[in-house]
Design a protein around this ligand. Structure first.
Ligand SMILES: Nc1ncnc2c1ncn2[C@@H]1O[C@H](COP(=O)(O)OP(=O)(O)OP(=O)(O)O)[C@@H](O)[C@H]1O
Ligand SMILES: [Mg+2]
Length: 332
């Protein structure tokens, strides 16, 4: 088997909506592969087809060498799944949740006992294993779900938005577990996220997805380098000047890429430090007042903006997401 996950033109329609459109990707065993995209991009739908939760409308896919449609049972034996919303039973203890999962997978009592202790220790929940899940924090629940996904030694683990709605500190914590289990347990991981820092920090390779299609696919470094230099951000006094300024830069060929967001213009140039005076001089010549200027290395958000003309979304966890996550956690 060459690939842990291999899709060929996989497609999913929901009536008139095309949620996933003709996606072909290959993920090698041991890779930590990310699907990065905004809300509604089709990430969950893709992962649901790969984990046999949803039937594809077209194309095909193999997971660990098994066809997701014709050999769904074998696919399920070889995968672990952590869903976007929590599916724990919060009236049971952490240990009971894991035991239930082990029983569903037909593990005998001794194997279950040993494996439960192993996975609890991996996500550092041994101390809280016998407490009712209702008393867990959001981060602890997420860790328990990851542990549960690992109970039956899957070869491939799907993580759908593993840190959605968690605070930045807890998110860092979960990143470390994900890295550890990819390295130490050798699990191939496919995760979805709309946090670009998460994809950047964790993944060997990333497919950027928008409207059900892959817009770019490579290592995080290569994606960022593809923009060809440093990013100069110019804040404009008057947002109405944006189009004129972009045109001025494009006409002068001073930048590889020019993009925009709200009242800011992003210019990607080689040797940014040297180019700032030239960039400012061009704005001044065009009679456009500049309020602020900064220089930085490109981010995956810049890559996304370059390909789609939009930003992925706000970088930090919003209060709305926190509330959504809590509500989902309580809904049974
Ligand atoms: N069961 C369904 N019935 C109808 N439409 C659906 C269904 N599931 C998903 N969709 C639609 O398919 C598109 C892709 O949704 P999907 O949940 O895969 O996106 P996503 O990238 O996971 O988004 P998010 O970041 O919000 O989780 C959306 O337009 C969504 O409304
Ligand atoms: Mg989703």
């Amino acid at each position: 088997m060459l690939y842990a996950i291999e899709t060929s033109g996989i497609t999913k329609h929901f009536n008139e909506i095309t949620a996933v459109n003709n996606i072909s990707i290959s993920v090698k065993p041991g890779e930590l592969f990310g699907l990065l995209g905004p809300n509604g991009a089709g990430k969950t739908t893709l992962i649901n087809m790969l984990s046999t939760m949803t039937e594809p409308s077209g194309g095909s896919a193999k997971v660990w060498g098994f066809d997701v449609q014709r050999q769904a049972g074998s696919v399920r034996q070889n995968i672990g799944m952590v869903f976007q919303g929590t599916t724990l039973d919060d009236r049971l203890t952490g240990r009971e949740n894991l035991d239930l999962h082990g029983r569903l997978y037909g593990l005998d009592s001794k194997t279950r006992k040993n494996r439960i202790n192993e996975v609890l220790s991996l996500v550092e929940l041994t101390d809280r294993a016998d407490a009712i899940v209702k008393t867990y924090s959001g981060g602890m629940m997420r860790r328990l779900e990851i542990a549960r996904g690992l109970m039956h030694h899957p070869h491939v683990l799907f993580l759908d938005e593993p840190t959605l709605g968690l605070d930045p500190q807890t998110r860092l914590h979960i990143w470390e577990y994900i890295k550890t289990l990819n390295k130490e347990e050798g699990v191939t991981i496919m995760l979805t996220t709309h946090y670009m820092e998460e994809a950047d920090h964790l993944c060997n390779r990333i497919a950027i997805i928008d409207h059900g299609e892959i817009v770019a696919l490579d290592t995080p470094e290569a994606l960022k380098n593809s923009l060809g230099g440093d990013v100069i951000t110019l804040g404009l006094e008057n947002p109405d000047d944006i189009t004129r300024l972009c045109e001025a830069y494009q006409k002068n060929g001073c930048a590889n890429i020019v993009s925009r967001k709200m009242n800011e213009v992003f210019i990607t140039v080689k040797e940014g430090e040297r180019q700032i005076p030239h960039v400012l001089a061009l704005a001044s010549k065009a009679g456009i007042p500049i309020q602020s200027v900064s220089l930085r290395k490109p981010t995956l958000d810049d890559v996304f903006i370059h390909h789609t003309g939009r930003a992925i979304r706000d970088k930090e966890v919003t209060e709305v997401e926190k509330v959504e996550y809590k509500l989902r956690s309580r809904r049974k």
